[in-house]
Design a protein around this ligand. Structure first.
Ligand code: 26M
Length: 824
């Protein structure tokens, strides 16, 4: 009976207008005579939020009623981007809203632009979590995400004189998408000590006493699926002081200031996202964040389970918890602690529940990214957890010793505790031991996990514990939302938008590859997307781009292993070649625009130097009249999800050129190909599977293979190699001051010339440049290029995050969807 109050689907534009205007006038207390784009954004968001909320409530009720196994995705990062456009498209009402807005005198694009990105993540790992939430809801899985409600997301990047400057990203001024649940709180303990005693049966018991308490407050964000009423929940925890507004004790005794300071200290826990990508630095506040979030989430999950009245032995058949990298590994000893110290289970029974509940996804094999925490710090912050970790380790090592009695070294190699000075807790090992499945994110990566960092664990557990789930991306955001015209063209050939729910249907467009009209529209869409990007570049940098030029894009975090330096050295090489050409020769050159974007971690000097060099090289090339349109080099400031949405559809070529064996998967490679761009890439991460799907004629691969990397590095260390000649000429120019003060770039050059060229830039340079030449040749043949583009898109169905989530559901979680409730 209550459903009659539910907001109705907007049958016509007027229905939407009525709700949006009502929100502007009542929720915002603004007159429509004084309604700017920001206010209209708010009204629109609130009108759609009303709809989402009804579906969300019904979904949660239905999931409680179904009482099936749930999946909890624990991630310190959710790189959600904007929500409004996605919400309108997922409930399939964007057209109605666009008509309504236009009737009120607004343009849809301008309204969408008002929204601040939710940038609670660094890069690939955080965006993957966001794609997974979209797929989980779309596929009707009963799933919750758990994360932290950072007050500051990833910093905003400004480029000043060619240098990166970091500016805080305060994003919570107006956020209509979150609901503060001030009644859903958890007390989180830190520090203190462990008391040990005998209970009435003579059993030894432990309890964690003293220390300090911080309160976790839940903030819930609705996650709508596409074309379904299922709306899942993303729960983000914010921290605040435990005693509420003030510690009255302190307040009354005149310690006003210290009471305020306590409060601020508590709020610091969820204040800021650590801006490192693939680098671990061992900061105490980061460990506090991790425990705060794990403990709050686990308490919430256990509370929900206990409400069902089921026995503990059913916990792992009702609950799957996925660990997004090792960041939530403390959830393992935390659940064990809850079960034995608080719920009174025996160790063995508790441990079998824990181990059946968790699964761990590894996202990197880079040694500097593997999490380790000093035993001293853990002892101080989480004394009971350290004890439990030691006990887990003891039992594990006893098992290893029994099973492999002759291999004494093995014990030291697999121990959770690294016997270094100081001693360290190896989080990846704890995650492996506490999980029933471990997966990598692309085939090559999953193999490398098994043969390098977790080799000994394959010996201990056998190979079946380790598996691969190749990453995917949501076609809703990365095709339909980012490239509506391409999505519409595909729909026109496929007789509708079913492909957005089953991306393998894309293969049906291959039948139209020779259809002249279709090809013409395909090309026109790419050109229009490039024109839009060119407008953005002109407005933000003053640089004029020729939209007919070959657009070459590399956007991702700046990191030595991703080798933006290879790309910029390649640009210099191309520039030198153009400078040496006659007027006749220049006529044959394919004009090219090379676009970079990405953030460097604030403390990563080498990465910041790469950004500086890109900007300086751009200054020289873009202002050289002898070059003109033949080459432009552009750095896009503050690359983020929203910028990706217009960059990805505008590329002819994108670069995925990591040293083989270093990029676990990559996901932007999938986004670019899905939008009709071709790629230049190494045999690394998901590039390999993309090649297998689309065919090797449709991708430009180059460079050394992963299996040869070790030996090549050896050659550098022992001086048995020669710096590539073309690269040497590039370095000459840099060192001559062609791009400004040479000393600024010496570290970058020396890393290659003097310090072993760890990422093998020199070894791959020749092959990289040759492949770029091949790309130019291929681009000249418009027909051939268009065929490659269409064929590639047709074969990208495999890379939907829906396929990926279905694999997790079947192989790792053993969970089934819940039928959605009817809408309206
Ligand atoms: C560590 C310590 C302190 C602060 C942050 C970190 C940290 C943050 C992110 C460490 C690693 C982080 O992410 C690793 C990552 O993003 N890996 C990427 O995961 C993607 C999704 O699976 C893959 O596609 C990328 O190849 C992989 O680099």
């Amino acid at each position: 009976a209550w459903t009659k109050f539910a907001p109705q689907r907007f049958a016509k534009a007027e229905d939407f207008q009525r709700d949006a205007v009502r929100h502007v006038e009542t929720s915002l207390a603004r007159s429509m005579y004084n309604c700017d784009e920001a206010a209209m954004y708010a009204g629109t968001a609130l009108a759609f939020r009303d709809r989402l909320v009804m579906d969300w409530n019904k979904t949660q009720q239905a999931h409680t009623f179904a009482d099936q196994k749930r999946i909890y995705y624990l991630s310190l990062e959710f790189l959600m981007g904007r929500a409004l456009d996605n919400a309108m498209l997922n409930v399939q009402q964007k057209d109605v809203a666009a008509e309504g807005l236009s009737g009120l005198g607004f343009r849809m694009e301008d309204i969408i632009e008002q929204e601040h990105d939710a940038a609670l993540g660094n890069g690939g790992l955080g965006r993957l979590a966001a794609c997974f939430l979209d797929s989980l809801a779309t596929l009707n899985y009963p799933a919750w995400g758990y994360g932290l409600r950072y007050r500051y997301g990833i910093f905003k990047q400004e480029i000043v004189d060619g240098y990166q400057v970091e500016v805080p990203d305060y994003w919570l001024d107006f956020n209509p998408w979150e609901f503060a649940r001030h009644d859903v709180t958890v007390d989180i303990q830190f520090y203190g000590h462990v008391d040990k005693w005998q209970d009435e049966n003579g059993k030894t018991k432990c309890s964690w006493e003293g220390g300090e308490i911080v309160k976790a407050v839940a903030f819930d964000v609705p996650v709508p699926g596409y074309g379904t009423s299922t709306t899942n929940n993303l729960r983000l925890w914010g921290s605040k002081a435990a005693s509420g507004e003030f510690d009255f004790q302190k307040f009354n005794s005149g310690e006003y200031e210290s009471s305020v300071a306590d409060q601020q200290r508590a709020e610091t826990i969820s204040a800021v996202l650590y801006p490192n990508d693939n680098l671990e630095r061992g900061k105490e506040l980061r460990l506090k964040q991790q425990y705060f979030w794990c403990a709050a989430s686990l308490s919430d999950i256990v509370r929900r389970f206990k409400k069902t009245g089921r026995a503990w032995k059913e916990f792992s058949s009702q609950t799957a918890i996925q660990l997004n990298d090792t960041h939530p590994t403390l959830a393992i000893p935390e659940l064990q602690r809850i079960l034995i110290d608080i719920e009174g289970l025996e160790w063995d029974e508790a441990w079998s529940i824990v181990h059946q509940t968790f699964a761990y996804t590894n996202h990197t094999v880079l040694p500097e990214a593997l999490e380790k925490w000093s035993v001293g710090l853990m002892q101080h912050l989480l004394p009971r957890h350290l004890q439990i970790i030691y006990e887990i380790n003891l039992q594990f090592l006893q098992y290893v010793e029994r099973t492999f009695p002759k291999d004494r070294d093995l014990l030291g190699r697999v121990s959770i505790i690294e016997e270094s000075n100081p001693k360290m807790v190896r989080m990846a090992f704890l995650a492996v031991i506490g999980s029933h499945k471990v997966n990598g994110v692309a085939e090559l990566h999953s193999d490398l996990v098994k043969t390098t960092i977790l080799k000994d664990f394959v010996k201990v557990y056998g190979p079946d514990k380790f598996t691969n789930v190749t990453n995917g991306i949501t076609p809703r955001r990365w095709l339909h939302q980012a490239n509506p015209r391409l999505s519409a063209l595909i729909a026109s050939k496929l007789g509708g938008y079913d492909f957005l729910k089953d991306l393998t249907l894309l293969n049906k467009i291959e039948a139209h590859v020779d259809d002249a009209e279709f090809r013409k529209e395909w090309q026109a869409i790419k050109l229009a997307n490039k024109e839009r990007l060119a407008r953005h570049v002109h407005e933000t940098t003053g640089i004029t781009l020729n939209p007919k030029a070959l657009f070459d894009i590399q956007v991702k975090r700046i990191h030595e292993y991703k080798r933006q330096q290879l790309n910029i050295f390649g640009c210099i090489h191309r520039y030198l070649a153009i400078k040496a050409m006659s007027a006749e020769e220049k006529k044959k050159v394919v004009p090219r625009v090379t676009i970079f974007g990405g953030k460097a971690a604030p403390g990563y000097w080498m990465a910041k130097t790469v950004i500086h060099l890109i900007n300086k090289v751009g200054d020289v090339i873009n202002n050289d009249p002898e070059v003109g349109d033949l080459l432009k080099v552009v750095f896009i400031e503050d690359y983020n999800v929203s910028k990706a949405e217009f960059l990805v559809p505008a590329s002819d070529i994108s670069e995925h050129i990591s040293t083989a064996g270093t990029e676990a998967s990559g996901t932007s490679n999938m986004k670019f190909v899905l939008n009709g761009g071709l790629i230049i890439g190494t045999c690394d991460g998901a590039n390999i599977e993309i090649t297998r799907e689309i065919g090797e004629n449709n991708i430009f691969l180059f460079g050394n293979l992963s299996e040869d990397v070790e030996e090549l590095r050896h050659n550098h260390v022992f001086g048995t190699y020669q710096l590539n000649e073309s690269l040497a000429k590039v370095f000459d120019q840099i060192q001559n001051g062609k791009f400004g003060d040479a000393s600024q770039f010496s570290a970058l050059v020396n890393a290659i010339v003097d310090h072993g060229d760890f990422y093998l830039v020199s070894d791959d340079f020749e092959s990289y440049c040759q492949t770029q030449d091949l790309i130019d040749e291929s681009y000249k043949n418009v027909d051939e290029w268009t065929t490659k583009s269409i064929t590639s898109v047709a074969r990208m169905g495999f890379f939907s995050s829906d396929r990926c989530i279905d694999e997790y559901a079947e192989v790792i979680w053993n969970i089934e969807p819940v039928a959605p409730t009817k809408t309206d």
